[in-house]
Design a binder for this molecule. Structure first.
Ligand code: CA
Length: 221
């Protein structure tokens, strides 16, 4: 049963689509915010995302950009405006298709089927993501190799991977660790050091960058 994540803030559009997909035996999850969509992708597996461009918090473009740093999940955009269509067509980020509003739920279901057929037909396509966070197994894969991480390392790395390019202060990372054993900012440095050591055999240690006086970030290649 293919799992579809619908990211759409307007109930009158989301509900008929959910109904149509469920009738066709898709497993459907619905969220209304971009942040929630990114969280959902990191906590459960999906086969496809239906993504509204105009969301109340992040734009669909921002969601896709972040998603593409660690996931090749197929994305079908929902858009209301011609200028958005132009942008989708010009995207190098790789949205897989789009549907303009108003749409018929049947059409969207047909598009979804077509995309899934395509993406299933080419396993291991050339756009393998560098990082993959497997939240259910508390694992991070780098170049498809699972990293053996402690709990704090996992939490730090997941935060960095989900927001590539964003600088996290040691205090923020300490918060993210949320562990009694890590009560000093210095322990964050230790975790970063061991993370780099674990990435070194895979030629990835340079991706965790130190910003002196500020903190750490993940370089997006
Ligand atoms: Ca909207």
């Amino acid at each position: 049963m293919p799992a579809v994540l619908i990211v759409e803030d307007e109930p009158r559009l989301a509900e008929p689509l959910m109904f149509a997909l469920e009738r066709e035996h898709f497993a459907v999850t619905h969220v209304t915010l971009g942040e929630d969509a990114l969280d959902a992708v990191n906590t459960q597996p999906f086969d496809l995302m239906v993504l509204d461009v105009g969301l109340p918090d992040l734009s669909g473009f921002e969601v896709l950009k972040t998603l593409r740093q660690y996931s090749a999940l197929p994305v079908l955009f929902l858009t209301a405006r011609q200028d958005e269509v132009d942008r989708i067509l010009g995207l190098e980020l790789g949205g897989d298709d789009y549907v303009t509003k108003p749409f018929s739920p049947r059409e969207v279901v047909a598009r979804i089927r077509a995309i899934l057929k395509r993406t299933v037909a080419k396993p291991g396509a050339d756009s393998e993501p560098l990082w993959h966070v497997d939240a259910s197994g508390c694992q991070v894969l780098f170049r498809q190799a699972p990293l053996s991480l402690t709990r704090s390392e996992y939490r730090i790395l997941t935060a960095l991977v989900q927001r590539p390019g964003q600088v996290f202060s040691r205090a923020q990372l300490l918060d993210i660790c949320d562990s009694d054993e890590d009560s000093f900012e210095r322990s964050v440095d230790t975790h970063i050091k061991t993370l780099r050591a674990k990435l070194r055999p895979l030629n990835g240690e340079h991706l965790i960058v130190t910003r002196r006086g500020l903190g750490y970030l993940l370089d997006s290649p």
